[in-house]
Design a protein around this ligand. Structure first.
Ligand SMILES: [Fe+2]
Ligand SMILES: [Fe+2]
Length: 364
């Protein structure tokens, strides 16, 4: 029999991440990196609906399945962004296993992209690098998961200290840096392909308050309380869509705790703009909006994003979150086998297509 566990009222609960939106300086460089190096598909070329003279590009897997999406606003004139309290530190994408990870390290190295790792994080193994704008990215293995150091049905209850050999200062950094797949990796094949988002990690100044917020607004559940393995003085907690038995893939969100820090995230290129979580449908979204308001959290009206519908709200530290519907999806305006092949505009911008196309640079 499963031991009794206090069930928290968390209905509705998000099934996981929907997309992450970042700010890019140059849409061409973004396509060359995310499509041509990382092997993600462009699933939509459109413009920022609130600022139609700039691109909004969507990358994803399986026709842009929620939980696989990275989207980019091209804002060439904003300053460089940076991580800090209220912002995202890094975005992690999922790969099948350690063999795939090592092949990625070789492929990125061959493209003159500096890679750190592979690091054994316990719950997964990871490599780290930055995109053309400086956003820190991680590729992480799907397993073994959070149940390696506490029972699968009691995740997040205790504070778990990582073993010493995983902490910075105790690792054999030279051996880690030297580990390299022997052959060049010119093609991204199915065995190594990125399968979607793995987790998003941000920074907060009040982790207890963040815990209550993520639980109350999103129905996420805490699945790990541990330390940052690269800075053992910093708490690192994880939340996810967790039913008390399993943690859903593409649902993890983690925060580093910087109590009292006034080192704030700076918006700009190379920094994440917001993190979106999934809501199954419109009706649930409306009910959810009421629930967030009842918690005293300001939330926007429903915004029509053509491929999904969105509401936005902020954590106490300023982190911008979104709840986006799973549908209608990216095939509302072009067939699945041609996603991302032509510029798509929402109906109200179609009359301005010629002017908008003139203001945008042609992309491959
Ligand atoms: Fe991470
Ligand atoms: Fe979004």
């Amino acid at each position: 029999m499963t031991p009794a566990r206090p069930v928290r009222p968390a209905d509705p609960a998000t099934p996981g991440l929907h997309h992450v939106t970042l700010v890019a300086r140059d849409a061409l460089k973004t396509i060359e990196f995310y499509r041509d190096v990382l092997g993600l598909a462009v699933v939509k070329r459109t413009v920022n609906f609130d600022e139609p003279s700039s691109y909004h590009l969507y990358f994803g897997v399986d026709g842009g399945r929620p939980g696989t999406l990275l989207t980019f606003f091209e804002w060439p004139r904003v300053p460089r962004g940076g991580f800090g309290v209220g912002g995202v530190h890094h975005v992690a994408l999922s790969v099948p296993d350690r063999t795939a990870l090592l092949r990625w390290k070789r492929r990125l190295d061959d493209h003159h992209i500096h890679v750190r790792g592979p690091y054994d994080r316990g719950y997964f193994t990871s490599i780290y690098f930055v995109d053309p704008d400086g956003q820190i990215l991680e590729l992480a293995t799907e397993g073994p998961g959070y149940a390696i150091d506490e029972p699968a049905d009691r995740l997040g209850e205790q504070i778990v200290e990582p073993p010493l050999e995983r902490l910075s200062g105790h690792r054999d950094e030279d051996a880690i840096a030297a580990e390299m797949h022997p052959e060049p990796v010119r093609q991204v094949d199915a065995e190594m392909a990125i399968t979607g988002l793995h987790h998003v990690s941000g920074i907060t100044d009040d982790i207890e308050r963040a815990d209550a917020f993520l639980t109350g607004t999103l129905g996420l559940r805490r699945v790990k309380r541990t330390l940052n393995q690269d800075d053992g003085r910093t708490a690192h907690w994880f939340w996810a869509a967790y039913d008390g038995r399993e943690v859903a893939p593409a649902s993890s969100f983690s925060l580093f705790h910087w109590p009292g820090s006034d080192y704030r995230a700076r918006p700009g290129f190379g920094q994440t703009h917001h993190v979106a979580f999934r809501v199954p449908d419109r009706e649930t979204q409306l009910a959810w909006r009421e629930r967030i308001l009842e918690l005293g959290v300001p939330v926007t009206h429903v915004q029509e994003r053509k491929y999904f519908r969105s509401i936005y709200f902020r954590m106490h530290d300023g982190m911008l979150l979104e709840l986006a519907t799973d549908g209608p999806g990216f095939d509302v305006d072009e067939p699945l086998d041609r996603l991302g092949s032509a510029l798509q505009l929402p109906g109200w911008l179609e009359p301005r297509r010629a002017e908008i196309e003139r203001s945008l640079r042609a992309l491959p």
